[in-house]
Design a protein around this ligand. Structure first.
Ligand code: SF4
Length: 298
Protein backbone atom coordinates (compact mmCIF):
# COMPACT_ATOMS: atom_id res chain seq x y z
CA UNK A 1 0.00 0.00 0.00
CA UNK A 2 1.35 3.45 -0.89
CA UNK A 3 1.65 5.69 2.09
CA UNK A 4 0.72 9.37 1.98
CA UNK A 5 3.36 12.07 2.29
CA UNK A 6 4.79 12.81 5.73
CA UNK A 7 2.36 14.82 7.77
CA UNK A 8 1.20 15.47 11.30
CA UNK A 9 -2.46 14.73 11.93
CA UNK A 10 -3.63 17.65 14.06
CA UNK A 11 -6.40 15.71 15.81
CA UNK A 12 -4.10 12.85 16.67
CA UNK A 13 -1.46 15.29 17.87
CA UNK A 14 -3.96 16.95 20.21
CA UNK A 15 -5.06 13.57 21.53
CA UNK A 16 -1.45 12.45 22.03
CA UNK A 17 -0.59 15.62 23.91
CA UNK A 18 -3.62 15.19 26.20
CA UNK A 19 -2.62 11.57 26.80
CA UNK A 20 0.99 12.47 27.69
CA UNK A 21 -0.10 15.38 29.87
CA UNK A 22 -2.35 13.06 31.87
CA UNK A 23 0.09 10.14 32.06
CA UNK A 24 2.90 12.31 33.49
CA UNK A 25 0.90 12.49 36.76
CA UNK A 26 1.77 8.83 37.35
CA UNK A 27 4.29 8.40 34.58
CA UNK A 28 3.97 5.27 32.49
CA UNK A 29 4.84 6.68 29.07
CA UNK A 30 7.79 4.31 28.68
CA UNK A 31 8.48 0.68 29.50
CA UNK A 32 9.85 1.56 32.94
CA UNK A 33 6.40 2.68 34.19
CA UNK A 34 7.84 4.50 37.24
CA UNK A 35 4.42 5.95 38.24
CA UNK A 36 5.96 9.18 39.57
CA UNK A 37 4.20 12.55 39.28
CA UNK A 38 6.48 14.44 36.92
CA UNK A 39 4.22 17.50 36.99
CA UNK A 40 4.95 17.71 40.73
CA UNK A 41 8.68 17.38 40.11
CA UNK A 42 9.02 13.74 41.12
CA UNK A 43 11.73 11.90 39.20
CA UNK A 44 11.70 8.39 37.82
CA UNK A 45 14.51 6.48 36.18
CA UNK A 46 14.93 9.05 33.40
CA UNK A 47 15.48 11.79 35.99
CA UNK A 48 13.21 14.24 34.22
CA UNK A 49 10.33 16.31 35.55
CA UNK A 50 7.75 17.51 33.01
CA UNK A 51 10.19 19.96 31.40
CA UNK A 52 12.78 18.95 28.84
CA UNK A 53 16.29 20.21 28.24
CA UNK A 54 17.86 20.65 24.80
CA UNK A 55 21.62 20.15 24.81
CA UNK A 56 22.44 20.15 21.10
CA UNK A 57 20.83 20.64 17.70
CA UNK A 58 22.26 20.80 14.21
CA UNK A 59 21.90 19.61 10.64
CA UNK A 60 23.21 16.05 10.86
CA UNK A 61 24.88 14.62 7.76
CA UNK A 62 25.94 11.32 9.37
CA UNK A 63 22.57 9.61 9.66
CA UNK A 64 21.36 7.14 7.04
CA UNK A 65 21.82 8.56 3.53
CA UNK A 66 18.07 8.57 2.94
CA UNK A 67 17.45 10.76 6.02
CA UNK A 68 20.08 13.47 5.64
CA UNK A 69 20.39 16.35 6.07
CA UNK A 70 18.50 15.64 9.26
CA UNK A 71 17.73 18.30 11.83
CA UNK A 72 18.78 16.40 14.93
CA UNK A 73 17.64 17.68 18.31
CA UNK A 74 19.21 16.22 21.45
CA UNK A 75 17.10 16.08 24.59
CA UNK A 76 18.67 14.99 27.86
CA UNK A 77 17.47 11.93 29.76
CA UNK A 78 17.02 8.26 28.89
CA UNK A 79 15.56 5.07 30.32
CA UNK A 80 18.63 2.94 29.47
CA UNK A 81 22.04 3.10 31.11
CA UNK A 82 24.17 1.74 28.31
CA UNK A 83 27.71 1.05 29.47
CA UNK A 84 29.01 2.36 26.12
CA UNK A 85 26.72 5.40 25.84
CA UNK A 86 28.11 8.27 23.77
CA UNK A 87 26.13 10.84 25.81
CA UNK A 88 26.51 9.39 29.26
CA UNK A 89 26.60 12.67 31.26
CA UNK A 90 23.40 13.91 29.58
CA UNK A 91 21.73 10.58 30.33
CA UNK A 92 22.84 10.16 33.94
CA UNK A 93 22.50 13.80 35.00
CA UNK A 94 19.91 15.23 32.60
CA UNK A 95 19.14 18.33 34.61
CA UNK A 96 22.78 19.44 34.57
CA UNK A 97 22.93 19.61 30.79
CA UNK A 98 21.29 21.72 28.13
CA UNK A 99 18.75 24.47 28.52
CA UNK A 100 14.99 24.72 28.61
CA UNK A 101 13.65 26.05 25.33
CA UNK A 102 10.04 27.21 24.96
CA UNK A 103 8.22 24.93 22.50
CA UNK A 104 7.44 27.81 20.12
CA UNK A 105 11.11 28.81 20.05
CA UNK A 106 12.25 25.31 19.16
CA UNK A 107 9.58 25.11 16.45
CA UNK A 108 11.02 28.31 15.02
CA UNK A 109 14.47 26.71 14.90
CA UNK A 110 12.95 23.64 13.19
CA UNK A 111 11.47 25.92 10.52
CA UNK A 112 14.85 27.60 10.09
CA UNK A 113 16.66 24.27 9.68
CA UNK A 114 14.09 23.12 7.15
CA UNK A 115 14.75 26.29 5.17
CA UNK A 116 18.46 25.36 5.33
CA UNK A 117 17.70 21.98 3.75
CA UNK A 118 16.68 19.60 6.55
CA UNK A 119 14.60 16.72 5.24
CA UNK A 120 13.10 16.01 8.64
CA UNK A 121 13.28 16.80 12.32
CA UNK A 122 14.97 14.01 14.25
CA UNK A 123 14.39 13.80 18.01
CA UNK A 124 17.11 11.95 19.90
CA UNK A 125 19.26 12.44 23.01
CA UNK A 126 19.08 10.92 25.34
CA UNK A 127 15.75 9.71 24.20
CA UNK A 128 12.55 11.17 22.76
CA UNK A 129 10.26 8.68 24.50
CA UNK A 130 10.95 10.10 27.98
CA UNK A 131 10.48 13.63 26.57
CA UNK A 132 7.27 12.90 24.72
CA UNK A 133 5.14 15.66 26.23
CA UNK A 134 7.62 18.40 25.40
CA UNK A 135 8.07 17.14 21.83
CA UNK A 136 4.33 17.07 21.26
CA UNK A 137 4.09 20.66 22.52
CA UNK A 138 6.83 21.64 20.07
CA UNK A 139 5.06 19.91 17.17
CA UNK A 140 1.90 21.88 17.90
CA UNK A 141 3.84 24.88 16.59
CA UNK A 142 5.18 23.10 13.48
CA UNK A 143 3.45 22.94 10.09
CA UNK A 144 1.61 19.68 9.35
CA UNK A 145 4.03 18.71 6.59
CA UNK A 146 6.90 18.29 9.08
CA UNK A 147 8.40 14.78 8.77
CA UNK A 148 9.11 13.61 12.33
CA UNK A 149 11.85 11.05 13.00
CA UNK A 150 11.71 9.30 16.39
CA UNK A 151 15.25 8.15 17.15
CA UNK A 152 14.65 5.59 19.85
CA UNK A 153 15.69 2.46 21.72
CA UNK A 154 11.99 1.57 21.54
CA UNK A 155 11.90 1.08 25.31
CA UNK A 156 8.36 2.32 25.22
CA UNK A 157 4.81 1.00 25.48
CA UNK A 158 2.07 -0.12 23.10
CA UNK A 159 -0.01 2.86 24.30
CA UNK A 160 2.73 5.34 23.43
CA UNK A 161 3.16 3.89 19.95
CA UNK A 162 -0.59 3.98 19.36
CA UNK A 163 -0.77 7.62 20.42
CA UNK A 164 2.14 8.63 18.22
CA UNK A 165 0.63 7.13 15.09
CA UNK A 166 -0.15 9.98 12.73
CA UNK A 167 2.42 12.18 14.45
CA UNK A 168 5.70 10.29 14.07
CA UNK A 169 6.61 9.51 10.49
CA UNK A 170 9.78 7.44 10.89
CA UNK A 171 10.61 5.19 13.81
CA UNK A 172 14.40 4.98 13.82
CA UNK A 173 14.85 2.05 16.16
CA UNK A 174 18.00 0.70 17.79
CA UNK A 175 17.65 -3.07 18.17
CA UNK A 176 20.74 -3.51 20.29
CA UNK A 177 20.68 -6.85 22.10
CA UNK A 178 19.90 -10.38 21.07
CA UNK A 179 19.22 -11.75 24.54
CA UNK A 180 18.03 -10.57 27.95
CA UNK A 181 21.30 -11.20 29.74
CA UNK A 182 23.30 -8.77 27.60
CA UNK A 183 20.48 -6.21 27.76
CA UNK A 184 20.40 -6.40 31.54
CA UNK A 185 24.16 -6.30 31.91
CA UNK A 186 24.93 -3.58 29.36
CA UNK A 187 21.83 -1.34 29.55
CA UNK A 188 19.96 -2.25 32.74
CA UNK A 189 16.89 -3.39 30.77
CA UNK A 190 14.72 -6.31 31.87
CA UNK A 191 12.70 -8.58 29.58
CA UNK A 192 14.33 -6.86 26.64
CA UNK A 193 13.68 -9.37 23.88
CA UNK A 194 10.01 -9.94 24.67
CA UNK A 195 9.44 -6.19 24.88
CA UNK A 196 11.27 -5.27 21.69
CA UNK A 197 9.81 -8.06 19.63
CA UNK A 198 6.33 -7.08 20.78
CA UNK A 199 6.82 -3.36 20.10
CA UNK A 200 8.69 -3.46 16.79
CA UNK A 201 5.79 -4.85 14.75
CA UNK A 202 3.52 -2.29 16.41
CA UNK A 203 5.82 0.53 15.35
CA UNK A 204 5.98 -0.91 11.84
CA UNK A 205 2.18 -0.85 11.71
CA UNK A 206 2.05 2.72 13.06
CA UNK A 207 4.53 4.28 10.64
CA UNK A 208 7.72 3.83 8.72
CA UNK A 209 10.45 1.91 10.56
CA UNK A 210 14.18 1.82 10.00
CA UNK A 211 16.02 -0.56 12.32
CA UNK A 212 19.61 -0.04 13.36
CA UNK A 213 21.85 -2.72 14.77
CA UNK A 214 25.29 -1.85 16.08
CA UNK A 215 27.92 -4.58 15.96
CA UNK A 216 29.44 -4.88 19.43
CA UNK A 217 32.83 -6.57 19.95
CA UNK A 218 32.39 -10.07 21.32
CA UNK A 219 28.60 -10.05 20.77
CA UNK A 220 28.34 -11.58 17.33
CA UNK A 221 26.77 -14.86 18.43
CA UNK A 222 24.77 -13.67 21.44
CA UNK A 223 23.42 -10.40 19.99
CA UNK A 224 23.98 -9.79 16.28
CA UNK A 225 22.97 -13.21 15.05
CA UNK A 226 19.72 -13.49 17.05
CA UNK A 227 18.70 -9.91 16.19
CA UNK A 228 19.25 -10.44 12.47
CA UNK A 229 17.57 -13.84 12.50
CA UNK A 230 14.50 -12.40 14.21
CA UNK A 231 14.30 -9.49 11.80
CA UNK A 232 14.75 -11.74 8.77
CA UNK A 233 11.93 -13.95 9.97
CA UNK A 234 9.45 -11.37 11.23
CA UNK A 235 10.18 -8.05 9.50
CA UNK A 236 12.22 -8.81 6.38
CA UNK A 237 10.76 -5.85 4.48
CA UNK A 238 11.81 -3.29 7.07
CA UNK A 239 15.00 -1.37 6.23
CA UNK A 240 17.91 -2.57 8.35
CA UNK A 241 21.11 -0.63 8.90
CA UNK A 242 24.01 -2.67 10.27
CA UNK A 243 26.54 -0.34 11.82
CA UNK A 244 30.21 -1.00 12.57
CA UNK A 245 31.26 2.23 14.27
CA UNK A 246 31.21 0.92 17.84
CA UNK A 247 33.14 3.15 20.23
CA UNK A 248 33.63 2.09 23.85
CA UNK A 249 33.38 5.55 25.48
CA UNK A 250 33.24 4.89 29.25
CA UNK A 251 34.04 1.20 28.71
CA UNK A 252 37.47 2.14 27.36
CA UNK A 253 38.59 2.35 30.98
CA UNK A 254 37.89 -1.35 31.49
CA UNK A 255 39.13 -4.59 30.03
CA UNK A 256 37.62 -7.12 27.72
CA UNK A 257 36.46 -7.00 24.13
CA UNK A 258 34.10 -4.06 24.60
CA UNK A 259 36.86 -1.76 25.80
CA UNK A 260 38.05 -1.28 22.21
CA UNK A 261 36.64 -1.04 18.71
CA UNK A 262 35.42 -4.00 16.73
CA UNK A 263 38.35 -6.08 15.38
CA UNK A 264 38.62 -6.26 11.60
CA UNK A 265 38.32 -10.06 11.58
CA UNK A 266 35.14 -9.98 13.64
CA UNK A 267 33.69 -7.28 11.44
CA UNK A 268 34.45 -9.32 8.33
CA UNK A 269 32.89 -12.44 9.88
CA UNK A 270 29.79 -10.47 10.80
CA UNK A 271 29.42 -9.06 7.32
CA UNK A 272 29.97 -12.43 5.68
CA UNK A 273 27.22 -13.91 7.83
CA UNK A 274 24.61 -11.21 7.36
CA UNK A 275 22.69 -13.15 4.78
CA UNK A 276 21.81 -10.07 2.70
CA UNK A 277 19.37 -12.08 0.61
CA UNK A 278 17.15 -12.33 3.69
CA UNK A 279 16.48 -8.58 3.78
CA UNK A 280 14.61 -6.45 1.28
CA UNK A 281 16.39 -3.23 2.19
CA UNK A 282 19.77 -3.74 3.83
CA UNK A 283 22.10 -0.87 4.63
CA UNK A 284 25.63 -0.98 5.86
CA UNK A 285 26.78 2.01 7.91
CA UNK A 286 23.89 3.99 6.47
CA UNK A 287 24.54 3.29 2.79
CA UNK A 288 23.12 0.72 0.40
CA UNK A 289 24.72 -2.59 1.35
CA UNK A 290 25.92 -3.97 -2.03
CA UNK A 291 27.74 -0.78 -2.98
CA UNK A 292 29.91 -0.87 0.12
CA UNK A 293 30.49 -4.59 0.30
CA UNK A 294 31.67 -4.82 -3.28
CA UNK A 295 34.35 -2.27 -2.46
CA UNK A 296 35.49 -3.20 1.03
CA UNK A 297 34.19 -6.41 2.49
CA UNK A 298 34.44 -9.01 -0.18
S1 SF4 B 1 9.45 8.45 31.13
FE1 SF4 B 1 10.84 8.50 32.92
S2 SF4 B 1 9.51 8.65 34.70
FE2 SF4 B 1 8.23 8.03 32.96
S3 SF4 B 1 8.13 5.80 33.07
FE3 SF4 B 1 9.83 6.33 31.71
S4 SF4 B 1 11.69 6.43 32.98
FE4 SF4 B 1 9.90 6.48 34.33
Amino acid sequence: MTRPSPHIDRDRLAAARAWAEARYHACDVCAERCLVDRHAGELGLCGLPADARVYKEYLHLGEEARLVPSHTIYLSGCNFRCAFCSDDPQVRRPLEHGVTVPPAALAKRIAQRRAEGARNVNFVGGLPDVNVLYILKVLEHCPPDTPVVWNTNLWTTPEAIAHLEGVVWTWLVDFKFGNDRCARKLAGARDYLATLTDLLPRAAAAGEVLVRHLLMPGHLECCTRPVLDWLATHLPEVPLNVMTGYHPYRMARGRGPMSRGIPAAERATALAGLGPERFADLLFDGTEYPLIVSGSAS
